[in-house]
Design a protein around this ligand. Structure first.
Ligand code: ZN
Length: 164
């Protein structure tokens, strides 16, 4: 007997996330849930963690559940200075409730400073912990914004693959 053809959707879904924040002096720099020593941090209503915001949007995008702004309205006072891990944990919960797991995640951070090499594995470990994956499932690439005239901005771009 041939295996019956399933009408259900395939057992994987991909999502992408994008975010940007401006650097501002005198606030902590948070990237991927890790605090990084630097003269400037990222301004925003929450802790400005540009990478976690893009991770959140990638997961929500894979699930076609909208974006981080719909789940956590930026005008809501309760998210002021919030630890952005809260946002990723909520997106992760929604993902698990729908029966999905993270296969792998690939991120590109675009920023002039600081150099991320020394903290790359800390960021990978932080994301692996948040998403219940092994560290080998998490890729963090850092680029400088050559030719983009973005000296005061950090950009994160994330792709995630979910599987059942
Ligand atoms: Zn953001």
């Amino acid at each position: 007997m041939p295996t019956p053809v399933s009408n259900s959707s395939p057992p994987w879904r991909a999502g992408t996330g994008f975010d940007s924040h401006a650097f501002a002096p005198g606030i902590p720099l948070r990237l991927g849930g890790v605090t990084i020593a630097h003269t400037h941090g990222l301004a925003g209503h929450s802790d400005g963690d540009v990478l976690l915001h893009a991770v959140c949007d990638a997961i929500l995008g894979a699930l076609a559940l909208g974006d981080i702004g719909a789940l956590f309205p930026p005008g809501d006072a309760q998210w002021r200075n919030a630890d952005s891990r809260v946002f990723v944990r909520r997106a992760y919960e929604l993902m698990r409730e729908a029966g999905w797991s993270v296969g792998n995640l690939d991120a590109t951070l675009i920023l002039e400073q600081p150099r991320l090499g020394p903290c790359r594995d800390s960021i990978r470990a932080s994301l692996a912990d948040l998403l219940s994956t092994g560290i080998e499932a998490i890729s963090i690439k850092a680029k400088t914004p050559e030719g983009l005239n973005w000296p005061g901005t950090a950009v994160a771009q994330v792709t995630v693959l979910l599987y059942r």
